[in-house]
Design a protein around this ligand. Structure first.
Ligand SMILES: Cc1ncc(C[n+]2csc(CCOP(=O)(O)OP(=O)(O)O)c2C)c(N)n1
Length: 589
């Protein structure tokens, strides 16, 4: 029998409003089933949102959820969508994202989302069902070795072997996911572990010998760094995702305000420093600004904050910032001097290290450095082509930035649109640009935006995506409609897998192999409407402005905006793969 909408809504109400189950208080032991311990412990950890998909191995948990729980369960439409939604939720809120899926294909479908979170250090706990303990290794129905499969892409993983350990395992999983350098943790739950009865203690104490992330930063190293910055002639700060993840934007802003040192951010660091302030040079790297890439090439002291010297940032390593002495603050010691040798390593939490550095550093004498940078800014600005008949993608992003006054939470998919968003949106707040930076996962944008909107219902959430990437996870429209999530999706529809087309044009003599989408693209407006979402189309700048206005007024369901943009626009500046940052190409006039 198919449940009707009223039944589903009733279920949702029960899930949302469900009071804490009766039972043990802290310190009082109680015999509960594994499923009950699972739900109770998630509540103890403070989980309010779970993205999940049921199946045989986790049915005891789902059966328990039918009665009551203190968190809201969102039925996603594919486990990949669930992990991206949990990831968006985590990046937007700072709380770990939680996923619950069944064994076998349920688990394997989460792999892309787990790898995405792992590369970008996003806290996430993924609970996977597993066949009963006694059947593990028998090639049982829907058995997959999810621990083995995900080991290289998780921070840690657990196979629960005793229901009495379930509670401790869950507490540890959340602690590990969310402390030190954050990351995804998998907890594999054999079916017998959730069916049988065990002891619930309600204690929540976590003791993991050998796991003690350093947070303070060494005082004399910080002093050395402060001296180097104060005496520098051409200093530069290069801020990465650690600033957003470590909630250290205001600490970073104070350092910049006191020292007036220019600052550039990575894709992951966007929003870590307000881009409307004069010290901001925008993003650096493969599609960074001309002036940021020149500044990092020419600087004499480089302070890297929560960044990992990714190849998309450094370009050719032997041409990277050769004239500078380098300082690197990072919570993860394994990141330091991994790709680029640094003179002053500081292992610690950026939020704790930065105020100490700010106290000790004096403003350096850098008027000449600023005149050079300002001249670069004037001579090589980012270009925004405009035409009355066609929507240029850069202009589209500028308009979205204007309409939302730089206040929206923006989520990018992967491709040219992602780079244009990074270049042309004026980010003023941390945790406001979510993007799969490390893995570059197409299909990330829309479900991640949905998760972010669920976690931050008070913010306007925009997803900027391509006609290619949107189709990879468009089915999550059903989830967004069911739960009335008001995500605004701007599809930059150029009829191509644009970023790959650009590479084919520039580096493969215009041999456009398998990158043309236009003839097979669906009617995105009808697609949206068929799911119950709002759908609009625009082909000119004037129509685009109208559509944006209408979209801003819709707050009870997702909105899909199909923006037909210039088909063959390329994204510049561009540092060709294998080139150094100062070998960037500025593009055709
Ligand atoms: C899952 C996945 N498959 C393939 C790629 C390689 N890739 C990177 S960008 C891109 C094209 C994206 O096209 P579209 O979503 O239309 O965005 P556009 O570049 O046109 O803005 C592709 C195929 C990827 N990043 N992720």
């Amino acid at each position: 029998m198919t449940p009707d909408v009223a039944t589903i809504e009733k279920e949702k109400q029960q899930n949302t409003n469900g009071a804490r189950p009766e039972g043990a208080q802290s310190g009082e032991t109680k015999e509960l089933t594994g499923a009950e311990i699972f739900v109770r412990t998630l509540e103890d950890v403070g989980v309010d949102t779970v993205f999940g998909y049921p199946g045989g191995a986790v049915l005891p948990i789902y059966d328990h959820l039918y009665q009551k729980s203190g968190f809201t369960h969102y039925l996603i439409r594919h486990e990949q969508g669930g992990t991206h939604a949990a990831d968006g939720y985590a990046r937007a809120t700072g709380k770990p994202g939680v996923v619950l899926v069944t064994s076998g294909p349920g688990g394997t479908n989460t792999v892309t989302g787990i790898a995405t979170a792992n590369m970008d250090s996003v806290p996430m706990v993924v609970f996977t069902g597993q066949v009963p303990s006694g059947m593990i290794g028998n090639d049982a129905f829907q058995e997959a070795d999810i621990i083995g499969i995900t080991r290289p892409i998780t921070k840690h993983s657990y196979l629960v072997k005793d229901v009495n350990e379930l509670e401790t395992v869950i507490h540890e999983a959340f602690h590990i996911a969310n402390s030190g350098r954050p990351g995804p943790v998998v907890v594999d739950l054999p079916k017998d572990m959730v069916k049988t009865t065990g002891t619930y203690r309600g204690s929540g104490k976590v003791k993991i010998p050998g796991y003690k992330p350093v947070t303070r930063g060494h005082h004399s190293q910080i002093a050395k760094a402060a001296k180097m910055l104060s005496e520098a002639e051409r200093p530069l700060i290069y801020a990465g995702g650690g600033v957003n993840l470590g909630d250290a934007a205001s600490e970073l802003t104070e350092l910049v305000e006191k020292t007036n040192i220019p600052i550039t951010t990575t894709l992951m660091g966007l929003g870590g420093f307000p881009e409307t302030r004069s010290q901001s040079l925008g993003m650096l790297g493969m599609h960074g600004t001309w002036y940021a890439n020149m500044a990092i090439t020419e600087c004499d002291v480089l302070l890297a904050v929560g960044a990992r010297f990714d190849d998309r940032v450094t370009g050719r390593l032997d041409g990277f910032s050769q004239k500078s002495k380098k300082i690197h603050i990072d919570i993860d010691p394994s990141c330091i001097s991994k790709n680029v040798e640094v003179e002053v390593p500081i292992v610690g939490n950026v939020k704790e290290v930065l105020p100490e550095l700010t106290r000790m550093a004096d403003a350096p004498q850098i008027d000449n450095w600023w005149s050079t940078i300002n001249q670069w800014k004037e001579e090589h600005p980012l270009k925004v082509p405009y035409s009355e008949d066609e929507i240029t993608p850069q202009y589209m992003i500028e308009k979205i930035s204007e309409v939302t006054r730089g206040e929206a939470l923006m989520v990018a998919d992967v491709g040219q649109h992602q780079m244009w968003l990074a270049q042309h949106y004026k980010f003023n707040h941390p945790r406001s640009m979510l993007s799969s930076g490390g893995l570059g996962t197409m299909g990330y944008g829309f479900p991640a935006a949905m998760g972010a909107a669920i976690g931050k219902p008070d913010r306007t959430v925009f997803c900027v995506t391509g006609d290619g990437g949107f189709q990879m996870t468009a089915f999550e429209l059903a989830t967004a409609v069911q739960y009335k999530v008001p995500v605004k999706v701007a599809i930059l529809n150029n009829g191509w897998l644009g970023m790959v087309r650009q590479w084919q044009e520039l580096f493969y003599e215009e041999r456009y192999a398998h990158t043309h989408l236009e003839s097979s693209n669906p009617d995105f407006v009808k697609l949206a409407e068929s799911y119950g979402a709002a759908g609009f189309r625009a082909k000119t700048p004037a129509e685009m402005e109208e559509v944006l206005e209408k979209a801003m007024e819709i707050n009870d369901r997702p909105v899909i905006m199909d923006f037909h943009v210039t088909k063959d626009e390329n994204c510049y500046p561009m540092v060709p793969a294998g080139a150094a940052l100062d070998e960037m190409v500025e593009g055709e006039e």
